[in-house]
Design a protein around this ligand. Structure first.
Ligand SMILES: NC(=O)c1ccc[n+]([C@@H]2O[C@H](COP(=O)([O-])OP(=O)(O)OC[C@H]3O[C@@H](n4cnc5c(N)ncnc54)[C@H](OP(=O)(O)O)[C@@H]3O)[C@@H](O)[C@H]2O)c1
Length: 286
């Protein structure tokens, strides 16, 4: 089998290298808009023909569009005009947010379309290559695409799972909340620690182990059993003191919203739940 890679950045070059190393497929064309980028990708992969134009691409059974998300639709429309594409070729992208519908012009040409999203950060291709084994890979698309995408994920050493049709946006939102917003929470906590007079090192020493231990508890026990603190205890006085102390409107809004989202996790009598909800919903200080 041959793979043509369109968009050979961090993710594209890492996956192509892994599939080649695994002997799953040979590498055909490696396409970027910039010729130097394409050559650098070929050097990393250890195989492939660098190119900058879709008209140059050889026949292939597998086509990965690994451009940034915003370019996938335009690349798919252009690729649909390329004579080298054959009826049952598998064309897929790796976006977490978009589904296979973005490849519609290719499906109209008879291509089998889908997506394979590895839940991994590809910030550094060499490190990502080492981290690929065991990575969860979300698959969706045409029924005939799924077994072929499964084989591709397994060749990476990944753990494939299928997403229900229409589930891609909610799945991606889940990964954003779990990963990106965890970063946001750490930053908000550090801001509050700074307000309390702790420098960055002191704040990290207090908050880092607390965050790690809490994450371990959530993963081991589930969110409701892992919850401790004033909302779990129904302690409205402490929450009121926090709200009075927080001096940044954005941070206060985040504290209120997260508090309201935390309430359903706490097993509280109705009166305590209502008192906390009322307090958290109260308009911010004028
Ligand atoms: N990075 C991650 O951690 C990660 C994780 C999971 C999924 N993904 C997904 O993987 C895909 C690629 O992301 P990435 O982070 O690897 O992006 P990236 O590092 O920015 O690489 C994008 C590549 O596409 C090329 N390119 C850009 N526009 C193009 C166009 N119109 N036609 C052809 N090539 C084009 C770029 O090279 P030129 O500029 O030379 O054209 C570059 O080689 C996205 O769908 C993303 O959502 C990424």
């Amino acid at each position: 089998m041959r793979l043509n890679l369109i968009g050979a950045g961090r993710l594209g070059r890492t996956l192509a290298r892994a599939w080649r190393d695994a002997g799953h497929c040979e590498i055909g064309a490696v396409l970027c808009r910039d010729a130097a980028h394409a050559r650098a990708a070929v050097a990393f992969i250890g195989a492939g023909q660098p190119t900058t134009t879709l008209n140059d691409l050889p026949a292939a059974e597998l086509w990965l569009i690994a451009t940034p998300d915003g370019a996938i639709a335009q690349v798919a429309a252009a690729l649909a005009q390329v004579a080298g594409l054959r009826g049952d070729d598998l064309v897929f992208h790796a976006s977490g947010a978009l589904d296979a519908a973005v490849l519609a012009p290719l499906a109209d040409r008879g291509a089998v379309c889908g997506s394979l999203h590895p839940a991994l950060s590809f910030a550094d291709p060499q490190r990502a290559l080492a981290a690929l084994p065991g990575t969860a890979c979300a698959l969706e698309g045409a029924a005939t695409a799924l077994p072929r995408l499964e084989a591709l994920a397994q060749a990476l050493g990944g753990q494939p799972f299928r997403l229900a049709p229409g589930g891609k946006a909610a799945y991606h939102a889940a990964t954003v909340v779990a990963s990106n917003y965890l970063v946001t929470l750490a930053a908000l906590a550090q801001q509050l620690a700074a307000q309390a007079g702790l420098d960055t090192d002191a704040a990290s020493a207090v908050l880092g182990p607390l965050m790690r231990q809490t994450l371990d508890n959530v993963l081991a026990l589930g969110p409701a059993a892992a919850l401790t603190g004033p909302i779990a205890r129904g302690d409205a006085q402490t929450v009121a003191r926090h709200l009075a102390a927080i001096d940044d409107p954005l941070l206060e809004a985040a504290y209120r919203t997260l508090g309201l989202a935390t309430l359903p996790l706490a097993a509280l009598p109705a009166d305590q739940r209502e008192a906390l909800a009322g307090l958290l919903k109260t308009d911010p200080k004028p």
